[in-house]
Design a protein around this ligand. Sequence first.
Ligand SMILES: CC/C=C\C/C=C\C/C=C\CC/C=C/CC(=O)SCCNC(=O)CCNC(=O)[C@H](O)C(C)(C)COP(=O)(O)OP(=O)(O)OC[C@H]1O[C@@H](n2cnc3c(N)ncnc32)[C@H](O)[C@@H]1OP(=O)(O)O
Length: 302
Amino acid sequence: MALMVGARVLARNLLRPWSRLPDAVPGRTGPAAGGGDGVRCFGSPRVLVETDPAKGVAVIKLKNPPVNSLSLEVLTEFVISLEKLENDKTFRGVIVTSDCPGIFSAGLDLTEMCGKSQAHYAEYWRAVQELWLRLYLSNLVVIAAINGVSPAGGCLISLTCDYRVLADNPKYSIGLNETLLGIVAPSWFKDTLVNTVGHRTAERALQLGLLFPPAEALRVGIVDQVVPEDQVHSAALSVMARWLAIPDHARQLTKNLMRKPTADRLVKQRDADIQYFLQFISRDSIQKSLRVYLDKLRQKKG
Ligand SMILES: CC/C=C\C/C=C\C/C=C\CC/C=C/CC(=O)SCCNC(=O)CCNC(=O)[C@H](O)C(C)(C)COP(=O)(O)OP(=O)(O)OC[C@H]1O[C@@H](n2cnc3c(N)ncnc32)[C@H](O)[C@@H]1OP(=O)(O)O
């Protein structure tokens, strides 16, 4: 019950940008905070933020064990953290990564889309839209340091970034695998993939629900770089330095030029998109597919 109320409060914060989460780790500094003197931490229980004001760079670490599923709380805390960074002129870039070993993100939280009320589905889908819009159009340089498997919504998060570095581990596949669950990637997921890998590759990947291992992911362009696992963070920092060498106004306007038409398609029909999602996700056949998939995941262990 407390969790539900908490989620609603967090979700309401999305609509009230002046509202702030209390800092979970207020002003923690120093080497323990993850990178030498001057590194400061804030954020929330599930979305840790380590900032390096001297470099103008922050690291957002998703921490929702066991699999970093994108629950309503995670989505909301992510948006609030991103907004905090964007409103602070100190920061020009952010690296998005995971604090869960071996898993970047398992994607949208299936339990948020299964067996819940229509009101809940609507609230959840609006939060998914919000995070996508904020990340896709962020003024910051956003780099994904993908240090684990990254299906569906996890892949979407990385596709919204400006650049993707993937750890070279055969287990760390990435892709929009929605069809394998018997569901369909919404048009704006599809657009994000098409804008990254082109129409034909996206068409094949989406219909077959392909999850690409690192070498394949690099070949099709769903990631920009594959590096040894222990170098993901340093590689992301090097890329960041290159992108930060470009004057912000020129880079930001160019990013907007490239991405706004795609984002506008959703912005112009957000409510209709929510209604569409509600109709789709409430179907008995879709709910059954999700339950079967969740049961399979749960039984894997037993
Ligand atoms: C024309 C258009 C028409 C209509 C379109 C309109 C609308 C669109 C409608 C719907 C679109 C919705 C979009 C959804 C996108 C998504 O992101 S769906 C999620 C997809 N994710 C996955 O397929 C990944 C599933 N998980 C895994 O494969 C593995 O868990 C993973 C490889 C990530 C990790 O493996 P492992 O370390 O072995 O962990 P376990 O599998 O044992 O899992 C541990 C527990 O975590 C639970 N869990 C796993 N993934 C999720 C998840 N995504 N959500 C919630 N919970 C998850 C798992 O059940 C285990 O739970 P347990 O401990 O057993 O209780």
